[in-house]
Design a protein around this ligand. Structure first.
Ligand SMILES: CC(C)(COP(=O)(O)OP(=O)(O)OC[C@H]1O[C@@H](n2cnc3c(N)ncnc32)[C@H](O)[C@@H]1OP(=O)(O)O)[C@@H](O)C(=O)NCCC(=O)NCCS
Length: 418
């Protein structure tokens, strides 16, 4: 790798937005020409001082953007995150250290600001571990062979006193944010959604009309009429040669804040006439779905992969923000090549919360900050990481204790990419 110090890395000026988007499109292999609508739209939400460009002379050859986010810790507390997105380096300038420089600049600013963690969704697995990020949540997508699932073909709605109604985008913009707030107070790994998120998903804001298909939105209400779930889906128009419907329903989003809502909405989408296949979209890895079907084998895994990556910037704040599965004390030696969060920390944890402070006591578990990112939301196992040689027990049994404290009975999940 030849570092290119002649490349200027700095926040963009507003009049450089179009060139920055051109570089972004180029990095993601989209046609590079930028529409006026795209420039207008991005200007409404990008934060110029947190939108970095890498400039070779006047030409933008690298892009990197961050924005404030909240990610829900175990126990339901939202934690301040530096959300990273739009990371590209143009192929003519790759592997000269440009990403490394953009990342260092952004993470240093996030640390200075007092953000607890940084978050991102990785296009490719090998990129971000070197910067201290670890896989904190995973996702799964299933395809359901509806005729094989064994559901009752006479099903006509929930049998628990609740009901399902199709609603339009205006209704979703009222109901959706409230439901999502309930979800994120309960589900570790969920990130906040802003108003624009709902506008884009409901067609109130369409930047590229060619790529917009209006979806259906189904709301589940309980017997008291209270909304507990929202399912957004599209259906293709596919028939076989012998007058045979073979349509696929694609789930774009599903929020369920009670198991009743989750059961009813899955049953609903699998019962729409003409639909013979359901693609679930990216769901929690332990979604109830397969086991809601009389024949769970009708749900075939299409994707099972990492989703949210977390980089701990403030170990004390991150560990104090969450609750724990047991009461116990653990001394962690955190190794951080990035120089942001390393050190020895004593965690005094309990079901109600924790206190954490720097210590000089002997370390019980030594781990890289990226492994701490993987353990933080409770999904990964310290025992497994020890077996992989990725954490080191300095005291026998420390990894088991870490699992007893940190792991959760249901898995963390991030429904969104950003
Ligand atoms: C991924 C990308 C941003 C990397 O930018 P870059 O400027 O080439 O990265 P750097 O030169 O700073 O690389 C730093 C290190 O990461 C490694 N690296 C970078 N991208 C990698 C990749 N995709 N796979 C494996 N290793 C990678 C480099 O080899 C280098 O390793 P070294 O320190 O051991 O020499 C760039 O290749 C790109 O834009 N790819 C297409 C778009 C994309 O995937 N963006 C990420 C969206 S989440």
């Amino acid at each position: 790798m030849t570092p290119r110090q002649d490349i200027d890395i700095r926040p963009i000026h507003e009049d450089e937005t179009r060139d920055w988007i051109r570089a972004l499109n180029t990095g993601f292999q989209f046609p590079p020409t930028v529409s006026d609508a795209d420039v207008r739209d991005r200007t409404t939400y990008i934060i110029p001082e947190r939108t970095l460009g890498a400039f070779d002379g006047t030409r933008c050859v690298g892009t990197f953007r961050s924005f404030p986010q909240e990610v829900t810790a175990v126990g339901g507390t939202p934690v301040r995150a530096d959300a990273i997105s739009n990371v590209t380096v143009t192929s003519t300038h790759r592997r000269r250290g440009i990403l490394t420089r953009m990342m260092a600049k952004d993470l240093a600013a996030a640390k200075e600001r007092g953000d607890t963690v940084a978050t991102l969704i990785a296009a490719e697995y090998p990129i971000y571990g070197r910067y201290g990020f670890g896989v904190a949540t995973t996702t799964a997508e299933w395809t359901i062979d509806v005729p094989r699932a064994g559901l009752d073909p006479r099903w006509s709605g929930p049998d628990d006193g609740g009901r399902i109604d199709l609603v339009d985008g205006d209704d979703v913009r009222k109901t959706g944010p409230e439901l999502h707030e309930r979800l994120r107070r309960a589900q570790p790994g969920v990130v906040d959604r802003d108003e624009r998120w709902w506008q884009v998903r409901t067609g109130a804001l369409v930047v590229d009309p060619a790529s917009w298909t209006e979806p259906f939105h189904a709301v589940y209400r309980n017997a008291e009429g209270e909304a507990e779930g929202l399912l957004t889906y599209t259906v293709d128009d596919h028939w076989g040669d012998v007058k045979q419907p073979l349509e696929t329903a694609k789930v774009k989003d599903m929020i369920a804040v009670t198991p009743a809502a989750e059961r009813a909405l899955w049953q609903y989408v699998c019962s729409v006439d003409w639909v013979t296949k359901v693609r679930t979209g990216w769901r929690a890895p332990d979604d109830l779905l397969p086991h809601l079907l009389p024949d769970p084998r009708a749900a075939r895994i299409l994707t099972q992969a990492d989703l949210l990556w977390v980089r701990v910037l403030d170990v004390v704040a991150a560990l104090e923000a969450r609750t724990y599965g047991a009461t116990g004390t653990l001394v962690l030696e955190v190794v951080d090549r990035g120089g942001l969060s390393g050190g020895r920390y004593r965690l005094d944890a309990s079901e109600a919360g924790a206190s954490c402070a720097r210590t000089t006591a002997d370390a019980e578990l030594t781990l890289d900050v990226s492994e701490l990112g993987s353990l933080w939301l409770g999904d990964e196992s310290a025992v497994r990481l020890a077996a992989l040689g990725r954490v080191r027990e300095e005291r026998a049994g420390a990894a088991s204790l870490a699992d007893a404290l940190l792991r959760t009975s249901r898995r963390p999940w991030c429904p969104d990419i950003f």
